[in-house]
Design a binder for this molecule. Sequence first.
Ligand code: NPW
Ligand code: K
Length: 642
Amino acid sequence: MAFTESQADSERNGASSTAATERMQTLLYAAWDTAAVRSMEQPLLAQGVPLMTMAAQAAARTVLGVLADKGIDGDDLRVTVLAGAGDNGGDGLYAGAYLAARGYEVTAIATGRTLHASALDRFVQSGGRVWNLDPSSDIPGCPTGFTAGEAGRRLEAAVNYARESHVVLDAMTGIGVTGALRGIPAALASSLGLDGEPPEDIAVPDAQRTTELPIVVAIDTPSGVGVDDGSLPGAYIPADYTVMFGAMKPCAMLPPAAYALGHVTLVDFGFDLDSADPAVEMVNAPFAAEAIRPCQKEDSKYRRGVVGLVTGSDQYPGAAVLTSLAAAHSNIGMVRYMGPSRPQDLVLHALPEAVIGKGRVEAWGVGSGVPSTFDEHQERDEEDADAVQRDLQTSTISALLAHYALSRAEDVLDDEEHDSSRSPERYVTGRFVDGDDLADAERRDEAAFAMPPIVVDAGALDLLPANVPSQVVLTPHAGELARLLTRLGHAMDADDVTARPLYCAKLAARLTGATVLLKGAITIVAGSFGGAMRVLVSGRAPACLATAGAGDVLTGIVAALLAQQDDQIYEDPACVPEIAAAGAYLHGRAAAIASGSDQRGWVRPRLYGAEDDYPLPVTSTGHPIVAGDVIDAIPFVFDELG
Ligand SMILES: NC(=O)C1=CN([C@@H]2O[C@H](COP(=O)(O)OP(=O)(O)OC[C@H]3O[C@@H](n4cnc5c(N)ncnc54)[C@H](OP(=O)(O)O)[C@@H]3O)[C@@H](O)[C@H]2O)[C@@H](O)CC1
Ligand SMILES: [K+]
């Protein structure tokens, strides 16, 4: 068939629509840190693209859309703009100007000493009023030099005015914030919002949510959130909606800040997204599907992958069953189980296909349902049969993990490999070695890199060697990560981890060399390669997945995905975080299917101006589930992703 002009056109159109779809995927599932955003906006600003007015128009239209959706109308609508001195305040003033021009009563509360000059001119010309709080401010038309008492009264009046508004535009700070809010912005935020704790958000269907006034719309980010690390370092105002400009910032994906943004609308300015690497990537279905190995005609059970499990104990035998069943249902050839006789029997009863005892494996899963050795040190009873059984599991796991012990951190070893001038002696496990000892250490390091990938969960985390290669995947919850970091010299508790999960996950990855999967409503995976840190997140799970045994199921799923991708892992260990994050996605999606819930930890933003139906409404939060229900739903996730 001849290749006609119209075919060429349609191919071109097809290619451009594919490019548009790819761009949309990148925009909605990746986030860039502040420095990258500033570098991407620079060429556009240099060309004179009016980014601020574009941003403001999008914010104003989003406000109008929200009001229309909620059936809030009338000429007497009150809008408060909390306007800082920087460009974020400028965005807020321009957006306020659009709304004032429509006849709304719009008042800007100046939270700094100045306001963006041209935005202020437009705002005032459009009928907006300005109210300043700082006696030393220099804002045309505003009083200065008032007393501290008057400043207090003005602050109180501003808070009351904002509370009685229909809409509050939070434009105090955006990506230019440093640390926790200070001064007037902090005082306003703590009166109108919260002090560092995440907002309480009960998982209910959207239809049951009532609209509370004022509707808070954050400009670019809620002022004062940790833009790059997702922390909530101090006072901030939880937003119902956030209109974010140019590219997603990490705070839109990272807990706890992500819970403070409400529904996010992203405004695409046409940044060159390839010019900077994203800081955080969110796993979606196509991404997770990549981790699934399609069956091949020539497959044998061994080629499909064997998962070895050292999980469960006499104290927690169920974990052995849950890890085995989850792995067995996650597209592998076989499960080998190792453990005491009671969990062994239970595994065989639930999964007659399991093979008991040692043998070749493509990936390991260890530690789920194995009690922590830390508890053991506190109250150890040598005669206690349980303790003996526990020792069996811990000694098997310790012996296995010893094969993963590196003499040095992985990036140090990488550097040494490329450093021809390095000394012929090396500091290995507490002493300098050379000659045969050094050759021995190098042989052991090489063997560690060649070990199968391994998931290290629960009790096994206490047995982790100091330095391990990146195919070691740790799967702690906040309490377990706190215990690990404390052991590594960074004393903290579970609340510290929950407050700064990205920081803690990265710290553990850096200190140990392992890939760290920190479980949560938004699960964070951090893995370091050649000095660079890759961060992936998955927010697919409904809240009801927080149930006993769910972590054991995750161990089984991740170990199974690692087992079926072992060839890829040997070629490129950088894919380990991707596979671990895909496991978190599968786990969350299986829970959603099992519970009949469309509620999730993270909701994809809406792309401003795009014809799509986001944010997806939550029609049902489903019913409570147990971990076994999640396993039953795993095949349906494979169907979906297949
Ligand atoms: N991305 C894009 O393409 C586009 C981005 N645009 C917009 O620009 C925004 C960035 O603007 P920006 O750089 O002027 O910084 P911004 O967020 O206004 O903060 C600086 C102000 O905050 C204050 N301040 C800082 N820390 C504080 C604290 N802890 N506590 C209290 N105050 C604190 C600081 O005060 P200072 O420390 O100087 O006294 C200063 O007044 C960005 O978020 C987006 O909205 C669009 O207009 C166009 C396209
Ligand atoms: K803001």
